[in-house]
Design a protein around this ligand. Structure first.
Ligand SMILES: C=C(O[C@@H]1C=C(C(=O)O)C=C[C@H]1O)C(=O)O
Length: 400
């Protein structure tokens, strides 16, 4: 019985060369899950938490049935059913939550495919909104915050729409993304039934990881562009650690995460000041928060739902920021600023904030990036910051 095929028939195990349209990928800290096919999936509009529990319980039952009729699995890791998922920024928006228990799953520990030195070419590009439109949006956001009716921060984003010479070559592009950020989270999930549309990216930001009762969250907020000269780069990093505007942007995120986690944890360790996290192009303020769950029944996905969206991608208070973003951004975020990750039947898992990403549909690609707006934000600098974030994903995709 082939209800839960244990490994892909592809002989090149461990190699992304076997990645096919319709497959899913999520990697975190050098460990990747490559899923193929779909054994079980969420029903449209089903409650995400309840649905995940139902899918994993069903997958467990199917595994138990398969166990009685099949020899023991060669890959012990496959014995625990696991779902790969992508949740949209707005749970009430048009993009549905995607949760899938893959028909077969394998663990891969390195991309191995060698991407060519040069990537794909861009035929057309359009910024939406354009620079003037984005900067007007930042000014309008600052006015809303200055009204002193409660809104303290909002994250305003923009998109870059591209038409490419050729559709993305997925194995190549995923290897490129993974290599570009080996310590981050590389993800690629099909957003259509048969797999031609993908949402993919390489996020430096961990929304939440759960291992048993241990919980880890690593929010990033507050950004500065890096410099090629090492002395200047170090000066920029020190200045970021002392920037009142960036410290405020960051503190708001930590405050919201503490409010969400405190009731769920019996211990919670929150450093009093942020540290630094770097990517190839950017410095970020980051705070590593660790805790111990009060109730081991709370899964990684439950935690992701409780935390999402943090003010790193939305704002504070959340409901006010959501409304302001809907009024000021002239596009639907879809899966951008949502979360991508995995969860197993024991409740363990990891979810990344879905940023530094692209929605790919044939030769069309939509990239999105946002920046936190607080008192002291300067419209032109926020435009540049979102440009640096967009360049990160363009570089990682090998586009020029
Ligand atoms: C919203 C994005 O990034 C988030 C916003 C940041 C900021 O405003 O400084 C930094 C890291 C991320 O939490 C993005 O990359 O699009």
């Amino acid at each position: 019985m082939d209800m839960l095929a244990r490994t892909h028939p592809d002989p090149r195990a461990g190699d992304l060369a076997g990645f096919q349209p319709g497959d899913s990928l999520f990697t975190a800290q050098g460990l990747g899950f490559h899923g193929r096919g779909c054994l079980l999936r969420a029903a449209p509009r089903e409650d995400v938490g309840a649905c995940a529990a139902r899918l994993l319980a069903q997958a467990d039952e199917l595994r138990a049935e398969a166990d009685t009729s099949e020899p023991a699995a060669a890959d012990a890791s496959a014995a625990r059913p696991l779902l790969l998922g992508l949740l949209p920024y707005d749970p009430a928006g048009p993009a549905p939550a995607l949760l899938r228990v893959p028909r077969s799953l394998r663990r891969i520990d390195a991309p191995r495919v060698l991407p060519p030195a040069r990537g794909g070419a861009i035929r057309q590009r359009r910024e939406h909104p354009d620079q003037a439109g984005y900067e007007r949006g930042v000014s309008a956001a600052l006015e809303r915050i200055a009204r002193a009716d409660g809104l303290r921060k909002l994250v305003l984003s923009r998109t870059l729409e591209l038409e490419l010479e050729h559709p993305l070559d997925l194995p190549e592009v995923l290897a490129r993304l993974w290599r570009a950020s080996p310590h981050g989270h590389t993800y690629a999930l099909p957003v259509s039934e048969d797999g031609p549309d993908y949402f993919l990216g390489a996020s430096p930001e961990l929304l939440v990881r759960r291992e048993g009762r241990r919980v880890r969250v690593h929010p990033l907020a507050g950004t500065a562009a890096r410099h090629a000269d090492a002395t200047e780069d170090a000066r920029i990093a020190r200045a970021l650690l002392d920037s009142p505007k960036d410290l405020l942007e960051h503190a708001v995120v930590v405050e919201a995460i503490e409010a969400a986690l405190r009731p769920l944890c019996r211990t919670l360790d929150i450093p009093s000041r942020p540290g630094l996290t770097s990517t190839a192009r950017l410095w970020h303020l980051g705070t590593l928060i660790e805790g111990e769950l009060a109730d081991a029944a709370i899964s990684a996905l439950d935690l992701a739902i409780a935390l999402h969206p943090t003010p790193a991608v939305c704002g504070l208070p959340t409901a006010d920021a959501r409304r302001a973003i809907a009024a000021l951004e002239p596009f639907e975020r879809g899966y951008f600023a949502g979360t991508a990750g995995w969860c197993d039947a024991a409740g363990d898992g990891a979810w990344a904030v879905a940023i530094r990403c692209a929605h790919a549909s044939g030769r069309r690609l939509t990239l999105s990036a946002g920046a936190g707006i607080v008192p002291g934000s300067v419209p032109e600098l926020e435009y540049q910051e979102t440009g640096n974030k967009l360049r990160t994903i363009l570089d990682a995709l090998g586009l020029h």
